[in-house]
Design a protein around this ligand. Structure first.
Ligand SMILES: C[S@@+](CC[C@H](N)C(=O)[O-])C[C@H]1O[C@@H](n2cnc3c(N)ncnc32)[C@H](O)[C@@H]1O
Length: 286
């Protein structure tokens, strides 16, 4: 995990706020769902560049956050380095590079675990293993907050195929094989299968998405491997070509699938909706 692993999250250097059109309402719903209390231990799992921890630190009162312990975990060293940079103004955060399905913490260690957009990075059977591992490290009465795709039978195959194509074009080889985007009922089943109770939908939302928002991502790997900070003309051209291919892939969908996602062709980008996401919470029984 310490060595650069091409085609993984070591090469997917993007800003989720931009790609996923994250709003203040969504952030506030997450912070509200966590409901941070004094002296809690909080794990930000599959943390990427640590935005969840940043929101929790900046949107809760200092009198509370200063008594809590924050743990930021991801299996990509590159992402953890990004998290350290993003959170450099906040001291006393514990960072770790490891797989979330086998955490180095003892049983009943955390009060809160948050995993935002991390479950779908893993195959379906691994998602259950992750939920079981989080169940293990949570205290009885502890809470698990999940921000995740919340698809249905119609949208799941469309979104899975779109992301598969995008990942293939971007050269994210391991993402093509590992990712499984769950339906809402599968998330609920996974969490209850791991032993959690009191499943609650804190917020279900349906962001406006566009293929063009993926422009930078389509050359993220090449940019990272070139060591450059900004894309040159050659890379921009490559990104445009890949975006065209992605748009054409979308144009080739059957009409019935286009209707499901309110497909709108704007020439250089395609706008689509109805790809639900949700923030849900569950509890480990006392
Ligand atoms: C889509 S990103 C989300 C990052 C962050 N939670 C956010 O929403 O801003 C998914 C992250 O999960 C990490 N990840 C995926 N599978 C993992 C696993 N099994 N163990 C630890 N981290 C994992 C990836 O390295 C990546 O940084």
């Amino acid at each position: 995990m310490k060595e650069y692993r091409p085609g993984t999250f070591d090469s997917r250097i993007i800003a989720y706020e931009k790609v996923h059109q994250i709003t203040d309402d969504q952030i506030n719903a997450l912070v509200g769902a966590v409901g941070l209390k004094p002296n809690q231990k909080v794990l930000d799992g599959c943390a990427g560049y640590g935005s969840v921890t940043k929101w929790l630190l900046e949107k809760n009162a200092k009198e509370i956050t200063s008594t809590c312990s924050f743990f930021v975990q991801d299996d990509s060293l590159v992402q953890i380095e990004r998290a350290k940079e993003n959170l450099k103004e906040h001291k006393d955060i514990e960072y770790s590079v490891e797989d979330i399905k086998s955490l180095p913490y003892k049983d009943s260690f955390f009060d809160i675990v948050v995993v935002k957009m991390g479950l779908h990075e893993n195959q379906k059977e691994v998602q259950l293993k992750i939920a079981q591992e989080i169940f293990r490290v949570l205290k009885p009465g502890g809470r698990f907050i999940v921000w995740e795709l919340f698809l249905n039978e119609k949208t799941q195959p469309i979104f899975q195929a779109f992301m598969h194509k995008k990942d293939e074009l971007a050269g994210f080889d391991t993402l093509v094989t590992k990712r499984y985007f769950p339906r809402g009922d599968e998330i609920e089943g996974c969490l209850s299968g791991a032993g959690f109770i009191n499943f609650k939908k804190e917020l279900v939302f349906n962001p406006f998405l566009s293929t063009k928002a993926r422009f930078d991502e389509l050359i993220s790997r090449e940019l990272k491997e070139s060591g450059k900070v900004e894309a040159d003309e050659h890379l921009k051209k490559l990104a445009s070509e890949r975006l065209d291919t992605l748009n054409n892939f979308f144009r080739g969908l059957p009409d019935e699938q286009k209707q499901v996602i309110d497909f709108e062709d704007r020439g250089d980008t395609i706008i689509y909706y109805n790809i639900d996401k949700a923030i849900v919470s569950v509890e480990k029984p006392l």
